[in-house]
Design a binder for this molecule. Structure first.
Ligand code: NAD
Ligand code: GDU
Length: 323
């Protein structure tokens, strides 16, 4: 297929671009480099430094068979401070992209949705038929795009898949997480291990979990890439599917810190902090639907292995020069 990857210079988009190329697809990356890196675009992909809002000429020129849409603002805290930026990029940008697709007669799309569309869960593991009650603007904007896709499928014959990622982690194809503003637990713990930060603040130790710290579902980015390859041809015209993507197992913040110590062999000093607003005690996905429909099965489910892959690539990028 000829595929356009919006946001392919970012963490997940670059890994999926590499997987698409390895699978024999022709790839054009569209990215404004607002949080991505030009050198993350894998060799073999064409690159257009263009915003979602100005994507029409690129779509008209490339005439892709399908679009994979990763481009977004995705910091939960910032979404509460600057909601306008999140509605503009995530919703306005996605609408511009869908209209550019329609004009170029491309109606197949896989979209990066999120566990944040569910909000505080009533029960875990979380299934796709759970209520969607986002507790922050980021989750609300992603849910709005999911709904946009449903209506484009019904009205305009789009074949669409929303993949609701839980906590994406690890590295593949030499590509890992390199966010200038890093808020995610695993890269932060590894920066502490590398001596780039003094300590890691653990946001709360009094949750109703076995060790008192929050439990999350860390899914390896390589397993996520595999899910995109399976999802791409799956829906028929007029169909919008929604799939959760998680590891199936939850790990606590304390277990992540222990894994970071084990993998790196360095101390990871920890400071106990307040709970972070809006953090549910436990978020774990049921990925039964994508397993049943598409035969997806995560292969890199071991936490130490996930942390090791992240560490190896971070070191190779000299993000952790002391290591
Ligand atoms: N990392 C996670 O754990 C996680 C979890 C759930 C969902 N997601 C979603 O997955 C997607 C990828 O996440 P990531 O961690 O790789 O983020 P990232 O910031 O590394 O990648 C996003 C990419 O989109 C680009 N971009 C942003 N706005 C753009 C615009 N207006 N026009 C063109 N390009 C634009 C950025 O430059 C960047 O390269 C996002 O949509 C995010 O919301 C991520
Ligand atoms: O310095 C830190 C950073 C994180 N945490 C804790 O570690 C866990 C994981 O936090 P992350 O920030 O790495 O990830 P989140 O679970 O907050 O966010 C993830 O899930 C969200 C849905 O709730 C969104 O989908 C988001 O994009 C995705 O990264 C949380 O319990 C958090 O409180 C700490 O204790 N200290």
């Amino acid at each position: 297929m000829r595929v356009l990857v919006a946001g392919g210079a970012g963490y997940i988009g670059s890994v999926v671009t590499a997987a698409l190329l390895a699978d024999g697809h022709e790839v054009t990356v569209l990215d404004d480099l607002s949080t991505g890196h030009a050198d993350a675009v894998p060799e073999g992909a064409s690159f257009a430094q263009v915003s979602l809002h100005d994507s029409a000429p690129v779509l008209a020129d490339v005439r892709p068979d399908a679009v994979l849409h990763f481009a977004a603002r995705s910091l939960v805290g910032a979404s509460q401070q600057q909601p306008e930026d999140y509605w503009h990029v995530n919703v306005g940008g996605s609408l511009a992209l869908l209209e550019a697709m329609r004009a170029a007669d491309c109606r197949r799309i896989v979209f990066s949705s999120t566990a944040a569309t569910y909000g505080e869960p009533e029960s875990v593991p979380i299934r796709e038929d759970a209520p969607t009650r986002p507790t922050n603007t980021y989750g609300a904007t992603k849910l709005a795009v999911d709904q946009m896709l449903t209506s484009y499928a019904v009205a305009h014959g789009f074949a669409a898949v929303s993949l609701r990622y839980f906590n994406v982690a690890g590295a593949a194809y030499g590509l890992g997480e390199r966010h200038t503003t890093e808020t995610h637990l695993i890269p932060l713990a590894l920066q502490v291990a590398a001596g780039q930060r003094e300590s890691l603040t653990v946001y709360g130790e009094d949750y109703p979990t076995p060790d008192g710290t929050c439990i999350r579902d860390y899914v390896h980015v390589e397993d996520l890439a595999e899910a995109h390859l399976l999802a791409l041809p799956a829906p028929a015209a007029g169909e919008h599917r929604i799939y959760n993507l998680g590891n199936g197992t939850g790990f606590s913040v304390q277990e992540v810190v222990d894994a970071a110590r084990e993998v790196t062999g360095h101390p990871v000093p920890v400071v106990l902090g307040e709970r972070r607003a809006g953090d549910p005690a436990q978020l774990v996905a049921s990925s039964d639907r994508i397993r049943a429909d598409l035969g997806w099965a995560p292969r890199h489910t071991d936490l130490v292995g996930i942390v090791r892959d992240a560490w190896d690539v971070a070191r190779a990028h000299r993000v952790t020069p002391q290591a």
